[in-house]
Design a protein around this ligand. Structure first.
Ligand code: SF4
Length: 253
């Protein structure tokens, strides 16, 4: 017999679900560069810093155009469309997933497949709607082949785009969908179980962690945990909305 909670979730269209996928080796790799390569390594670092600084100075239109034509990591080679992100550019809520799947790659919009439908149902369950006070983005803007997890160098290359989006949106709350988005935003490895149910911080912005919709679609028993996370997010946002709005000069360095 279904429990009352299961019936409620079913009624809300939440019974079927969200996905996890990791980074950390880049710093070790940098530390392991032989002395004879120090000069070229420093050059690469300078180049990366310059690139990041350039991206962090872009306005929305320039940022979108740069992502659309970006060839800064190998993922551009097989993409159909880069998936920038979608929604209210002044949203209180920012949901961050991992990266585009096949349907997102084809349409150029995040969360448009089955996982997207589930995300929309989850949003509706807490009186939110895509595009209305909600922005949805991914850590990685181009689809990794075969829907594999992004490699650390790919995540690092794409990171400034998401950081600039966050700086421009200035959300009150970031909801990381899945382990890959969470550990990259928090810059530390941890299990999703240990990260759920807590208020973390991303450069001063509150961040909570829940499961990726694609994971929940494959792991129905965890859907109830996803609902618990959403209820937690609503309580956190309620408290945040009583506080003054975030400063207009958030800088992510
Ligand atoms: Fe550029 Fe990011 Fe696409 Fe790589 S994944 S090509 S860094 S937009």
């Amino acid at each position: 017999m279904k429990s009352r909670r299961d019936l409620m979730l079913e009624e809300m269209g939440l019974t079927p679900l969200w996905q996890l996928r990791g980074r950390a080796a880049a710093k070790e790799e940098a530390a392991a560069v032989p002395e004879s390569r120090v000069t070229s390594h420093e050059s690469r670092l300078t180049g990366a810093d310059d690139r990041r600084a350039a991206i962090m100075g872009l306005a929305w239109a320039e940022l979108k155009a740069r992502v659309a034509s970006c060839t800064d990591c190998p993922l551009h080679e097989k993409r159909n469309k880069a998936v920038f992100g979608v929604g209210d550019e002044n949203a209180d809520w920012l949901f961050v997933g991992e990266g585009p799947g096949a349907e997102e790659d084809a349409q150029g919009e995040p969360f448009v497949g089955q996982a997207g439908k589930l995300l929309d149902s989850m949003l509706a369950a807490i009186n939110l709607k895509r595009g209305q006070n909600v922005y949805i983005a991914n850590l990685i803007k181009c689809r990794p082949p075969g829907n594999r997890s992004p490699e650390p160098r790919e995540a690092l290359a794409c990171e400034p785009y998401l950081h600039r989006q966050i700086e421009l949106i200035r959300p009150r709350l970031i909801v990381a969908l899945g382990k890959v988005a969470a550990v990259n935003l928090l810059a530390r490895d941890a299990s999703i179980a240990s990260l759920r149910g807590q208020i973390h911080q991303f450069r001063g912005i509150p961040l909570i962690v829940t499961y990726h919709p694609a994971y929940l679609l494959r792991n129905l028993p965890d859907k109830a945990k996803g609902w618990v996370d959403l209820c937690f997010a609503v309580r956190v946002m309620s408290d945040l909305q009583k506080a003054p709005p975030p400063p207009s000069n958030i800088e992510i360095t």
